[in-house]
Structures are given as C-alpha cells and as structure tokens.
Design a protein around this ligand. Sequence first.
Ligand SMILES: Nc1ncnc2c1ncn2[C@@H]1O[C@H](COP(=O)(O)OP(=O)(O)OP(=O)(O)O)[C@@H](O)[C@H]1O
Length: 294
Amino acid sequence: MEPAVEAHGLGKRYGRNWALRDCALEVPSGRIAALVGPNGAGKTTLLHLVVGLSRPDAGEARVFGRAPRDMLAEIGFVAQDTPLYRDFTAAELVTMGGKLNRRRWDTALARERLAMLGIPPDQPVGKLSGGQRAQVALALALAKRPRLLLLDEPIASLDPLARREFMQTLMGAVAESETTVLLSSHLLADLERSCDYLIVLQRSRVQLTGAVDELLETHRTLVGPRAGSESIAGVAKVVRASHTERQSTLLVRRGDGPIDPLWTEHEVTLEDLVLAHLAEAGTRVAASAWEVPA
Ligand SMILES: Nc1ncnc2c1ncn2[C@@H]1O[C@H](COP(=O)(O)OP(=O)(O)OP(=O)(O)O)[C@@H](O)[C@H]1O
C-alpha cells in the first residue's frame, strides 16, 4: 500500500540554518506514528512541510504519493497549543468547520464526540480547560474525516489524566477509520502505549525510524562484566554503553544468532531506545528536556 507520508532529501532552511536537513522517511498507511526529538530538532518544521504550510528548500514531501498542497482536503492538522478562535463556542466551531469543508465534513461525528466527552457546546472555547480545548481541536480535525491527521504536541500542556483521555479518544477514533496519524510529542511513556511507528529527529536530521515493535524486538539492554571494545556474539551494534568498575550496561542492536550468555538480556522500553539513540549521536539530552511521567 502507498505510504501515507514520504520524504526524500527534504530540507528547510531559515537564513543560513537548516531547521530540517536530508530528511528521508516513510510512514506506512494506517499507523499511529510518533515524531520525537529534543526542542528545536525540527519536528514542527517537518509537520508544516507535510501539511503544505511551508515550502521545502530541498527535496520533497509527499502525502499518499502527491504534493501536500494537492491533498489539503485529506489532511487534518492540529497545530501546537491547539489554537482555536477562543470567543467561539464548540458548537459554532463545528458549524464553521462545516462551512469551510463542505465536501467531507461530518457534523454529527463532531457533535457526538463532544457530547460523549461532556464538553459544553455553548461556552466560548477560551473558557474551557486546556484538556477540553485539546479535545475540541481533535473533534474538529476528525470531523474532516482526514486520511492523514497531523498533531503537533497535542498533549504537552495536559495533566496525566487528560493526556490519557486524549490519547484514548485518538486511538478509538483512528481504529474506527483508516486515518494515519503523525503526532509530535516529548512524552515518551504516553507514546509507547499508543504509537506503533517511530521517527526520532535530532539536530535537524532523522536519527531513527521504524515500526515500534520491530525496533523494540531488535534492541536489548545487556548487563555483564565490564566490557572493552571487543565484539559480542549476537550484537550488531552497541548504541550506548555505561560502565561501573566491574559491570557494563549496554543498549545494543541485535545481530544474527543468540547473544553471548555471559550477558544478561533485558527488553528495552521506547524511552530507553530513544534516549540511547539521541545520546549516540552526541546530544546531551538534559533530563528536563524529556518529561517522562511515571
Ligand atoms: N520561523 C522561523 N524562523 C527562524 N528559525 C526558525 C523558525 N521556525 C523554526 N526555526 C528554527 O528551526 C529549528 C527547528 O525548529 P522546530 O520548531 O521545527 O523544532 P521542534 O522540534 O518542533 O521544537 P520544539 O520541540 O521546541 O517545538 C530551530 O532551531 C528553530 O529555532
């Protein structure tokens, strides 16, 4: 099946600085893909290129095989901080959405979704809580019945319960449709529960990309005797190593065959994997840059 999003040599420059560079990726159709990376890595830049809000300075992005600008009717976008017209009520926004998207708009779906979540339809959205506003933005984006839904840090300002509700709504809505989702976030633990595809950006470049289950399957944490630089049976690559006097802990990509039994193997979490790959590329990721809720 045709990928939902493709990028080839995609780049965007502001002045002399590349915000995104040599970006090559493919998000298969039907996935919920997480776009992660430290502040300033290029996530918003990539989303804006894919939604056609900005033009590339190099390469190209394609949405279901076509230029983003030819696919606007098929793309839903929730921008960072869920900007909505704050003086309008949710009901008015639903009506307005219908007028702006005559061809595909599903008013009943938006109303049902908002009613199910207990969002008051007649209050200006500026007076709703952050979580409720995020849900309104999501309901509006879904009412467009997009084939591709892009969300730029939709849960960043929400409390843990509101985050969970938002992600559950998103997953439920996507399961009912064939929508592909690309969602940027710093909240790795939340993404592990809901996303099945991963793109890691760092310093304007794609650092890692692939299906989450395959990435988790092909990486392991190994604990064993202090290691030197010798190769280890069954290990294709050491992504990150930390050592005490006697012991080494390695995050590795597995190779062929079983891993040397001298080492104890542990499964990795998405958070381990992302942080190890970011560290491998030499970024010092301050713990504060990654809000990882318990
Ligand atoms: N309009 C702009 N003018 C100049 N530089 C910009 C502009 N937009 C983004 N940049 C720069 O491009 C780089 C990538 O920014 P971008 O917003 O894409 O990062 P991000 O990964 O979304 O960051 P965050 O997680 O903080 O939202 C940063 O260095 C940023 O300063």
